[in-house]
Design a protein. Structure first.
Length: 295
């Protein structure tokens, strides 16, 4: 991995870790539905402009069903669930729960392909569960009213990411940028019904709108462009490293900008979840770039 791609990887982890910061800021004011409608519309408009500049068509007639499925499970549902949870849980807890998504993806993939789950996967699942239990069991936000439902929502959000990744592996190949662009427009439509369920509890300020704009343009639009460039340059396995780094930034941003407390349980829980995720996915970091640099 070149220095440029390493910096892109760190930047992507920082951006995705920051999504929970922006949700914690905006969700209590806008409500989950309004916030996520802003997010996906802003992201779709940004990607539409990029698509026009790059002359990348969507081919809606051919792929509209694919975009709807991906938009539902990879954007609309998990975004809404995380935004719902963000009204109660800390950014640190949310970022760690999000890191369990590859675990669900690996398990769902094994079920889909009717494969036996090996000992390493079972160990990883046990560690991931233990790490989540440790984190939410000791974090002070877990003692608030409604925290149990918020935790369940965040876990189910990660489960939806697992469904999306399993589906994407089985679906007909579509150009990555079109996947991101088309799924954002689909999510914009799919999120509309939730506006009647979760009306906005407060009046948005310029700062709140700015957080929603950052969530859409930066954490969805720009992040997708960075991620797919990394997949193209270094491969999907190396790009997966972002899953293990982004919780660190989620915790860091929560401490710096929201005054969240990082206890031993935060560090230990995050570390256990990351190790469990690595075991389940069979992830092995590619350190060849580091050896080449040392030489």
């Amino acid at each position: 991995m070149s220095t440029a791609n390493l910096l892109r990887l760190i930047l992507l982890a920082a951006i995705w870790g920051g999504s929970f910061l922006f949700m914690r800021i905006a969700a209590p004011v806008l409500g989950p539905a309004v916030l996520i409608e802003y997010r996906v519309v802003f992201a779709a408009l940004f990607l539409a402009i990029v698509g026009l500049m790059m002359k990348k068509p969507l081919d809606l007639r051919q792929h509209w069903k694919h975009y709807l499925i991906l938009g539902l499970f990879n954007s609309a549902l998990p975004f809404l669930l995380f935004a719902y949870a963000a009204r109660t849980l800390s950014a640190s807890v949310l970022s760690v729960l999000n890191a369990t998504a590859p675990i669900w993806g690996a398990l769902l993939g094994a079920v889909w392909q009717r494969q036996m789950v090996g000992g390493r996967v079972l160990l990883g699942l046990a560690l991931g569960t233990a790490g989540v239990a440790l984190l939410v069991g000791f974090d002070h936000s877990s003692a608030q009213a409604g925290a149990g439902l918020a935790i369940a929502a965040a876990v189910f959000a990660s489960f939806n990411y697992g469904i999306a990744s399993t589906y994407a592996r089985q679906a007909k190949a579509v150009e990555p940028f079109a996947n991101a662009h088309g799924s954002m427009w689909a999510a914009s439509l799919l999120t509309i019904p939730s506006l009647a369920v979760f009306p906005s509890p407060g009046e948005p300020t310029p700062g709140i709108i700015g957080a929603a704009l950052a969530l859409g343009v930066l954490c969805s639009g720009v992040a997708y462009l960075l991620y797919y460039k990394l997949v193209r340059d270094v491969g999907a396995t190396s790009a997966l490293t972002v899953t293990f780094i982004s919780p660190l930034f989620g915790i860091l941003w929560g401490v710096l900008f929201l005054g969240e407390t990082v206890g031993w349980y935060t560090v230990a829980g995050a570390a256990i979840v990351i190790v469990g995720t690595a075991l389940v996915t069979g992830f092995k970091p590619d350190l060849s770039w580091l050896r080449k640099s040392a030489a």
